[in-house]
Design a protein around this ligand. Sequence first.
Ligand SMILES: [Fe+2]
Length: 434
Amino acid sequence: MVTRALIESVLTRARERSRLLTDSVDDGDLVAQHSPLMSPLVWDLAHIGNQEELWLVRDVGGREPVRVDIDALYDAFEHPRSTRPQLPLMDPAQARAYVRTVREKVWDVLDGHPLAGSPLAENGFAFGMIAQHEQQHDETMLATHQLRSGDAVLVAPETPDLGGTPEIDTEVVVPGGEFVMGTSVEPWALDNERPAHAVDVPSFGIDTFPVTNERYLAFMDDGGYERRELWSERGWSHRREAELAAPQFWEWDGKSWWRRRFGTMEPVRLREPVVHVSYFEAEAFARWAGKRLPTESEWEKAARWDPRSGRSRRYPWGDEDPDDTRANLGQRHLGPAVAGAYPAGASGLGVHQLIGDVWEWTSSDFLPYPGFSAFPYREYSDVFFGGDYKVLRGGSFGTDAVACRGTFRNWDHPIRRQIFSGFRCARDVQGEQA
Ligand SMILES: [Fe+2]
């Protein structure tokens, strides 16, 4: 049941995070471009407010525009990220005042709104969509923080560590057969997660845990980056061109590997999932391991299919919303937790850490499900289908729970690795005794 209180709490949580990410750096940092891949943080902030104004103030609320003159400036489709610093953007003080004004109006719209009456209003869909939109930009802003140079400004508690070393190089065999993929009932699921449909998935094996730094180092030590035969044609030419030799943000000091994380240099921790690898690196690792990446439907079956009931659940652990014991989400920590840190979050089949920690590359292209219809606008998903994208699943430590479900689909170019991307492997087991 979507209530006004729930909407209020997810919108407030998103805003607190946006403020943390933008108040923790000075104005110079807010307007700077820390990478051509990213917008200046002040663009993200005002864009968050502008989308909120468009959908909640003007469309759902039917109110007068706050600032009709800035729509084009903050339209992500009109201006690629690399060009945004040159735009006549609002300065940080103006952007902060703007998002505050918009939010005040949104509280007024929400007050007394029936949360029904149109597809956008039903179950507060537009409010949920806007909360997810803000959180998605917060994750992007977190990635910008990772790319910025300078002192550390973000602080968070260490990830939980269970102490004991679980046997990490294990797999779960998923029996073949139909399962229900996607959803038609999740109130805030986005158009690309819909509709629910049956998919027949032949039996396969999937890693119990995401691939750890320890395993990834074994691939590197075995010449993984130099062995042409491990890479796809596109992957190899990208590896050479971009001179890839380790995950992004790793540095070799002559004795061991270090990594820079949000402005702090730390030794690479062996038992943590590897993060900041591209699809092409994941693909090469999988070939080295004698495996492959899972398809999107394999990933979702491993995550949602409950072998006892035969039903697909909202999350790996069941239908209850994520909490601190089940998944590392919401920037509660500033990195992925060690393999085995969330036994309470394991799926019905016994696969761990599918939600949170690191986004997981799948081998699938981003395509519509059968029966897809664009809602509420084509630019959310439709215009990306069939592009040069691979689907990522499961969310990362930087993904908020409101923007993370067993059905949630993310997509990016296979060369990208500034995102919080890792992976796990799968393999065919047909003909083997399951
Ligand atoms: Fe956006």
